[in-house]
Ligand binder design. Structure first.
Ligand code: PNS
Length: 168
């Protein structure tokens, strides 16, 4: 009897504005559990972002050129996107207890909207539990050093956005 191997795929959704070392760590560790990952950038026209969706996608692709990683974007409800892709598992990183409540709500609301839907959580490593895109944006825009918090290409992109403060 021939057995067909099942490919385990998960969607890793988020704003990624911008990609941080915390996200990268989740992607790298996610690839030890899943065969393929679809990193899906939320295209939210109602929210002001620092990087456009295309810029965010390009930064992710550049930082993670692994053929097992597809980079895509989506609009509207995540459950509509997961159904369209026919992938019913999402991956999310958990940093601290403070993340739990929101993630718990998100996971349960998504499962209410689509009973097939499930969320796999990975704990962020101790090196990145304090990193968030929001803090990276704030620190970088105020001239603080974020070199250890983001991949090199994201650092370059941030320095291009804030040349006067991050120039030297
Ligand atoms: O990186 P983030 O901002 O924490 O990611 C949040 C994200 C994109 C996963 C979440 O906001 C989302 O899925 N938004 C799409 C809209 C949606 O489905 N909302 C209902 C979820 S209960």
């Amino acid at each position: 009897m021939m057995l067909l191997a099942r490919v385990a795929i998960a969607i890793y959704p988020g704003s990624f504005d911008p990609l941080t070392n915390g996200h990268l760590s989740i992607i790298q560790r996610g690839l030890t559990v899943f065969d393929r990952l679809i990193v899906a950038v939320l295209n939210n026209s109602r929210k002001q972002s620092m990087f456009t969706v295309e810029e965010r996608k390009a930064l992710i692709r550049e930082a993670m050129p692994d053929p097992r990683v597809e980079v895509d974007s989506f609009q509207g409800l995540l459950v509509h996107y997961t159904r369209k892709k026919d992938v019913h598992v999402i991956l999310r990183g958990l940093r601290a207890v403070s993340d739990f409540e929101y993630e718990f709500q998100l996971a349960n609301m998504n499962r209410k909207l689509d009973p097939q839907f499930d969320t796999v959580f990975m704990m962020t490593g101790q090196d990145s539990f304090y990193i968030s895109s929001q803090l990276v944006r704030e620190v970088a825009s105020l001239g603080g050093e974020v070199a250890e918090l983001v991949p090199a290409n994201v650092l370059r992109a941030l320095r291009e956005k804030f040349p006067a403060r991050n120039g030297g």
